[in-house]
Every structure is written in structure tokens, then in C-alpha cells.
Design a protein around this ligand. Structure first.
Ligand code: OGA
Ligand code: MN
Length: 296
């Protein structure tokens, strides 16, 4: 069987690639997927523009990467599709249709899970625009492999073998307090959700389970402590690593158009949502998350 052909276009950045010429509403064959995967492993973020996907087609393409997770926070699941997490600022009947403030600090999806996520696939349905028609609400991606490589030998030695504690609830509660103070609506975590997300431990420098590259694997959203260090010293080390790793030379900034399906590698990148829009500028995105490999 011959693979479907596609073109790859590279932005002027340390990571990222646009794949042109594929219509993902039709399934891709295994050989085509292997070629896509090769680009993905090289560039850590890939996107397909101009797609029109049903939730089923989005989930079907996601399954090529592995098992699709059912998100911890089920309140933002798409009706009838528990695998689809809705990211949106739209309010209907007094209720947010999705998570309105997803990703407002640098983070990796699901790093707080015992088995972290391999990748996330975000599909854009509505994109906010300014008065001049310019797209708002970009997402930034930083290469944790390039960031690791650029660490000094001294820091590499210092962090080798260290482990970090990741926890979901700390971040959620910080956001909840902020949202409430701003008068916004956000639901409390239920005891069932809390029970699903105990502390987990991952290496500070994690070897990518599929490419073998060493990647910085601490993030500001979910890392609460470095094992064996005081809270203060751990936070200082974490923040130093993140500041280094999210410097502009390691970053690709994605400007969304409607119909983009963008996939990022959660082992090799961190991402950040830019909150430069508000209602009536609407943003609606659907996300799937694929399970990865244990880090121990
Ligand atoms: C996410 C996320 C960023 C964005 O969905 O995991 O962080 O720009 N989204 O919506
Ligand atoms: Mn995210």
C-alpha cells in the first residue's frame, strides 16, 4: 500500500511543523501515520489547517497515537463524548460550555497523572478576532528537549537524578480563588475528582519515552515540590528551570485559524494560552488527550 502524500512546512522556530495536503475527516493508513509520526517526533508540535472534523473523526485520528484519555475534570466534557474536553469562554444558560481559562500558565497536560500524557490534539472551531479581523488567543509552545540541551553542564549535573512531586488540585484551587475573586463562575472540585489525582512523582529531567531525548519535565502548574529539597529551594530550582526553558528561542507561537487540528507532544513541550480576548469575542476548541508511558 502506498502512503498518502503530504508536504511539510517549517516555521522559523525551534519546533513545530505544518502538514499540508491531508484531509483528516478520512482516516489515514498506517504508513501515512508513521510518516506523520516521524515529523511529530522531530518537531514536537504539528498542525493541519482547514480541517472539518466531527468529534468521532477527531477521536479516530487521536487513536492512532494511543489510548484516548477521559479527562479528570468531567464537567467540561462534550455531551455524548466524554473523551472530548471543551476549551471555551462561551457561556450558555449561565454556565461555561468549557474550561474558560485553560493553560494560562506554562504547563504540560496531565503531568499530574501517574502515567503522563503522550500528546494532546486541539481542534479550533471558533477563534476570537480583534476589530481588524486579526486572530487572538494564540498558544505558545516551548521545546523541553532544546531547553535541556542548552542547560550548562553544571546545571545538568545538579538536576540529574532529581525527582519532582506533581499535583493537580493545587493549581485548580489557585485558579478557583482567582476566578471567584473576579466574580467568574467556576465549579469546585468534587471529592470524586480529588480522589482520582493523588501526588505523583516524575524525574525532573525525563527521557522521552519514544525519541529517547532528555527533556525538562517540571512545570509551574503542577509541580509542588522537588523530592529531598525544602519547599523554597525546590520552588527556586523549578522556577529557574522554567524561566530558562520558556525563553523565546525555544518557543513557537501558534496563531489559530478555524479548522486547525494541532498536536503537541506532552513529554517534549510545555504550552501557554495567551488571554488577550474576552466576550463577545468567542473561542471554542475541542481537545483530546492521549495516554503516554510511565516515567519509572
Ligand atoms: C489545553 C490548553 C491552550 C489554549 O487545552 O490543554 O492548554 O490555547 N489550551 O487553549
Ligand atoms: Mn494544556
Amino acid at each position: 500500500m502506498t502512503a498518502m502524500s503530504f508536504e511539510v512546512h517549517y516555521p522559523d522556530a525551534a519546533l513545530g511543523a505544518e502538514i499540508r495536503g491531508l484531509d483528516l475527516s478520512r482516516d489515514v493508513d498506517d504508513e501515512t501515520f508513521r510518516q506523520i509520526e516521524r515529523v511529530f517526533h522531530e518537531r514536537s508540535v504539528i498542525w493541519f489547517r482547514g480541517q472539518t472534523l466531527t468529534p468521532e473523526q477527531h477521536i479516530r485520528f487521536s487513536r492512532h497515537f494511543g489510548t484516548v484519555e477521559v479527562p479528570t475534570n468531567s464537567q467540561y466534557a462534550l455531551a455524548g463524548h466524554p473523551e472530548i474536553y471543551v476549551v471555551s469562554n462561551i457561556v450558555e444558560n449561565g454556565r461555561n460550555v468549557g474550561n474558560a481559562d485553560a493553560g494560562r500558565v506554562w504547563h504540560t497536560d496531565s503531568s499530574y497523572m501517574k502515567v503522563p500524557s503522550r500528546c494532546s490534539l486541539l481542534y479550533s472551531i471558533e477563534i476570537p478576532r480583534d476589530d481588524a479581523g486579526r486572530a487572538l488567543g494564540a498558544t505558545h509552545f516551548a521545546s523541553m528537549a532544546a531547553a535541556y540541551d542548552a542547560l550548562s553542564d553544571e546545571i545538568k549535573q545538579q538536576v540529574e537524578g532529581l525527582e519532582a512531586v506533581h499535583n493537580y488540585t493545587a493549581q485548580y484551587e489557585r485558579r478557583l480563588a482567582k476566578m471567584k475573586a473576579a466574580g467568574a463562575i467556576r465549579e469546585e472540585l468534587t471529592p470524586e475528582m480529588r480522589a482520582k489525582v493523588p501526588d505523583v512523582i516524575h524525574p525532573v529531567i525525563r527521557r522521552h519515552p519514544l525519541t529517547g531525548r532528555k527533556c525538562v519535565f517540571v512545570n509551574i502548574a503542577f509541580v509542588t515540590e522537588i523530592v529531598g529539597m525544602t519547599k523554597e529551594a525546590g520552588a527556586q530550582l523549578r522556577d529557574m528551570l522554567i524561566e530558562h526553558s520558556t525563553a523565546p528561542r525555544f518557543v513557537y507561537q501558534h496563531r489559530w485559524e478555524t479548522g486547525d487540528l494541532l498536536i503537541w507532544d506532552n513529554s517534549a513541550t510545555q504550552h501557554l494560552a495567551i488571554a488577550d480576548f474576552s466576550l463577545p469575542q468567542r473561542r471554542l476548541m475541542y481537545r483530546t488527550t492521549v495516554k503516554g508511558q510511565p516515567s519509572h
